[in-house]
Ligand binder design. Sequence first.
Ligand code: KGT
Length: 270
Amino acid sequence: MKSYLAAAIQLTSVPDLQKNLAQAEELIELAVRQGAELVGLPENFSYMGEEKAKLAQGDAIALESEKFLKKMAQRFQITILGGSFPVPVDNTGKVYNTTLLIDPNGQELARYYKVHLFDVNVPDGNTYRESSTVVAGTQLPPVHFSEKLGNLGLSICYDVRFPELYRHLADKGADIIFIPAAFTAFTGKDHWQVLLQARAIENTAYVIAPAQTGNNYARRLTHGHAVIIDPWGVILADAGEKPGIAIAEIKPTRLEQVRRQMPSLQHRVF
Ligand SMILES: O=C(O)CNC(=O)[C@H](CS)NC(=O)CCC(=O)C(=O)O
């Protein structure tokens, strides 16, 4: 593994596929101009909108999102995580909430279908029933082993509340954990940063958390604060509340240092 720059992209995705891809492309280019070699996009980067509208365009969103990721990876010679986008599941009328990791040749490295679905009545009065349109994945997420970039573990948004999933990634050797999200503004203000720092600290791993921000559609407000966190839990970069990027250096020496100073992964009893 070498030292390199990683970027977490922050978007306000709306119910307009082409507009979102154009916004994403601009920010990917900005990250690349600053030297990023690993770039993450947030959950639902290519489409945020009413569940029904999303389903109706499911095939087009899936096709265009995957094409876009491969194009960006090849054009800019980066490894890119397509935080998530819907992929229709045969004979169900529903989709998988899917995250995809693509290499600079445009080849798929890893794929994960979100396991934990956000079926929550948020105390601000908004109700979320992700399971009404999404089929839950049944497989734990993969870790992609990369000589150059370190071992990259995948997850999506609401997963962040389930530490056992991240312990699995740590068991598989994850050095860097992706947590792309579209956190609600209401839960985000109290939980987002704490949960992300906890996952970084307890697994002594970098966390790259691309995010949705602002008013995506109707009453849907997302929290923002795409961040990159080091294995000690220190926030290295925070994109704030506007669309933009958080960019930071991922260093193998820092990983080794923290794992030496705090060898908690080696002291596990259960
Ligand atoms: O809302 C949309 O339009 C698209 N949906 C999402 O992006 C997903 C599923 S509803 N959001 C979350 O998982 C939020 C989790 C969260 O906020 C928490 O755990 O507190």
